[in-house]
Design a protein around this ligand. Structure first.
Ligand SMILES: NC(=O)c1ccc[n+]([C@@H]2O[C@H](COP(=O)([O-])OP(=O)(O)OC[C@H]3O[C@@H](n4cnc5c(N)ncnc54)[C@H](OP(=O)(O)O)[C@@H]3O)[C@@H](O)[C@H]2O)c1
Length: 243
């Protein structure tokens, strides 16, 4: 298969690229950091090619992705996380997070759709943070909830073209993104686990690939509680984090 992965210079995307290439697939790894991408490529020089661009720059994204043909699976994994400090409310932070997680991802979709194979898969990485009103996660969780909605709605409209849309909703995964967190991260898994869960889910055609199972089941259950109860539970988690 020909696989394209954004956010492949680090963390989950990097591990996915290594695992797919080890399995003999051709992988285009994307990110801004060309040095980090070259490091990934060195592991499988015959299978991995690099494409360096900033997904928030629509022109560069279009130019780079126009060169990539015959995509069977596109995994849009590039993302950023920032938390809100309500004592120092920063509206620009919302813009920074949404610019990458939502608008950047949409730049990739626009650039790639014309080159997709008729039975291609579009895989959008959101987060289990989309499910509940977590403390300080207004921008990040909001951007991921938006991405999940967009993906489901794209699923409806791309189906007639044969394109299958799948979402990935990870819990905590140990990557440079979560290494920056200073709070307890329950049931955090490593990138190897995350990558295998995603690869298996894509292969099986799962609509939403959520993991780890216990954590995602708990959060999915809590997400159907009344909103007042969801807020109470989040308040408890916030108190635990700050104590
Ligand atoms: N780790 C977790 O616990 C967790 C949980 C749920 C969901 N996720 C989601 O999983 C995805 C991967 O996260 P990760 O933990 O692997 O994070 P990570 O190690 O920080 O990787 C983020 C990737 O996104 C790329 N990226 C960021 N901004 C970009 C931009 N403007 N243009 C192009 N690429 C950009 C980075 O590449 P460059 O720096 O080279 O541009 C990097 O490869 C994200 O969407 C994240 O929200 C992660």
């Amino acid at each position: 298969m020909n696989i394209l992965i954004t956010g492949a210079s680090s963390g989950i995307g990097r591990q996915l690229a290594l695992d797919y290439a080890s399995d003999g697939h051709n992988v285009v790894v994307c990110g801004r950091n060309s040095e980090a991408l070259s490091e990934v490529q060195k592991n499988h020089p015959d299978k991995i090619t690099c494409s360096s661009f900033d997904i928030t720059d629509k022109a560069s994204t279009k130019e780079a992705l126009a060169k990539v043909n015959d995509i069977d699976v596109a995994i849009l994994c590039a993302g950023v996380c920032e938390y809100l400090d309500t004592n120092n409310f920063d509206a620009d932070m919302f813009e920074r997070v949404f610019r990458v997680n939502v608008f950047g991802t949409m730049n990739c979709v626009e650039a790639m759709l014309p080159q997709f194979n008729p039975s291609a898969r579009l895989v959008i990485v959101d987060s289990l943070a989309r499910l509940l009103p977590f403390t300080k996660a207004q921008a990040y969780g909001g951007s991921k909830a938006a991405m999940h909605y967009i993906a489901r709605s794209l699923e409806v409209d791309l189906k007639p073209r044969g394109i299958k849309v799948q979402t990935v909703s990870p819990g905590f995964v140990k990557t440079p993104m979560t290494d920056a967190n200073d709070f307890e991260m329950p049931m955090r898994v490593d990138v190897e686990f995350a990558s295998q869960a995603i690869i298996k889910g894509i292969r099986k055609g799962k609509r939403d690939i959520a993991f780890p199972w216990v954590f995602s089941s708990l959060l999915k259950l809590m997400s159907i509680f009344p909103e007042s109860l969801q807020v109470k539970l989040s308040e408890q988690m916030a108190r635990k984090q700050s104590s």
